[in-house]
Design a binder for this molecule. Structure first.
Ligand SMILES: [Zn+2]
Length: 454
């Protein structure tokens, strides 16, 4: 086995090469939402893995292909799976980038590019850790597999069917998730679950075309009003979601979850300062109560609302069409399929049969037991790198395809990574800190060693 010192020495002396490789990967646009550069990025992903002796396959789907790779290691009975994604968010608005999004640039110890944190930097930092293993030992301590998809940023639409179909080949003993990182105090966090999501578009059409509001405002049904009334029926000003049965499957946080939430720093002051929020909804003040509301309450969020004329000045028009994008964040044990059924039933019962629902994406929530042994291994191996073990967070506010991995492959899932609160993921000037990139690779190398010998 390589010593930690020899692994660290390799990583410290080869950082520039890894950053150069990451920069080449980030220079390749791969925007799933715009269908931009997807095939090229999948091929690059596979090539980077082939260079490390992995057998790779680019598995086609009706959307972006999934890259699968495997390489055997010294212990043939242990397999660690890495899940990552090669697609990125759209870079717009371009004018807010200090340097162009697909021209990776190092400034002040940070590398800037679209996708550099979410998720290309995570992927390449895993490869960097494997390089250190291979260089110091000539082999990997256990089998390693990668599943790298190209639709994470648009809801992992085809991933679940690929995992279901290839469950035998993808089989592993544990999974390292695509993201991870430190909080504002540089303390690494272990995120032990993901909320689910049900993302829908609600559409109303009342007449064939927009009409003169003076002639028709008193006699034609207005699509904008229909949609506003339908939306109003979904949630009250008390923030309680009014869809019958919506809360039936909600599993409240356990005592252990609440204990972990109580150990987290109170983000209330930071949210007030950074976002100018004067008060939180539901009368929440801060602390555990705020964490609990942020992570364990399912939500119904209007993400977008469009109808009629919104240009300068006035235009007296009666809109024929109105649409809203609504995202429901789901907690264990809710499911997007059930929420969709309940939403349809609710709208029909409330007299809104004319409101069409188009489901754009759905993912189930997943939550690991807080004291799962693999999670503890990842938590503890962080200590020599970060000077502290990881802090456990029972659930993420965000969503991802974790349920499919957990359900079809039966793997425990742990997070580890290179992100920090200033990474600007999904926003202009996305970046990573090079010091955290190195730490992330040092941590993954230790995870691999400890996992192989556990
Ligand atoms: Zn993302």
């Amino acid at each position: 086995m390589p010593t930690s010192a020899s692994l660290d020495h390799y990583l410290e002396t080869h950082l520039d090469e890894s950053i150069a490789e990451l920069s080449r990967f980030c220079a390749q646009p791969s925007v799933a939402a715009q269908g931009l550069g997807i095939a090229e990025a999948a091929e690059m992903t596979a090539a980077m893995l082939r260079q490390r002796g992995f057998h790779t396959e680019i598995i086609p789907t009706a959307g972006s292909p999934v890259v699968f790779a495997e390489r055997s290691g010294r212990d043939p009975n242990k397999t660690l799976l890495f899940y990552n994604h090669y697609d990125v968010q759209p870079p717009e608005p371009l004018e807010l980038w200090e340097t162009p999004p697909f021209e990776p640039t190092v400034r002040d110890g940070k590398l800037y590019a679209r996708g550099v944190s979410d998720d290309k930097g995570h992927f390449v930092s895993r490869l960097f850790a494997l390089d250190a293993m291979l260089a110091t030992e000539g082999d990997l301590p256990c089998n390693v597999k990668f599943v790298v998809e190209g639709e994470e940023e648009i809801g992992s639409i085809h991933l679940e069917e690929v995992i279901r179909e290839h469950a035998v080949r993808f089989a592993a003993d544990a999974c390292i998730w695509e993201f991870g990182g430190v909080d504002h105090r540089d303390i690494p966090q272990q995120i032990m679950g993901l909320r689910g999501i049900c993302y829908v578009e609600m559409k109303v059409q009342t007449v064939n075309a927009d009409t003169h509001s003076g002639q028709t405002g008193g006699i034609f049904p207005n699509a904008a009003w229909r949609l506003v009334w339908a939306l109003n029926s979904l949630k009250g000003a008390d923030e309680r979601i009014r869809i019958a049965g919506f809360y039936d499957d909600v599993r409240p946080p356990s005592e252990r979850d609440l204990e972990l939430l109580a150990q987290l720093p109170d983000p209330a002051a930071e949210y007030r300062r950074r976002w100018g929020v004067e008060h939180f909804v539901k009368g929440v003040q801060g602390g555990v109560e705020l964490w609990k509301a942020a992570l364990f309450d399912p939500t119904c969020t209007i993400s977008g609302l469009t109808a009629g004329y919104q240009g300068p000045g006035s235009k007296t028009v009666l809109p024929a069409h109105a649409t809203a994008k609504v995202d429901f964040r789901l907690v264990p044990d809710q499911s997007p399929e059930r929420v969709l059924q309940l939403l349809r039933a609710h709208l029909d019962a409330a007299g809104f049969e004319d409101v069409e629902i188009v489901c754009l994406s759905g993912e189930r929530p997943v939550k690991m037991p807080p004291d799962e042994p693999f999670i503890d291994l990842v938590v503890k191996t962080a200590e020599p790198v970060y000077g502290t073990p990881m802090q456990k967070v029972p659930l993420s506010g965000g969503s991802g395809p974790g349920w499919a991995f957990h359900h079809y492959l039966g793997v425990p899932i742990a997070t580890a990574g290179i992100a920090y609160p200033g990474s600007n993921i999904h926003a202009p000037n996305e970046n990573i800190r090079l010091d955290l990139y190195l730490k992330g690779a040092r941590h993954i190398a230790r995870v691999l060693k400890a996992f192989a010998t556990a």
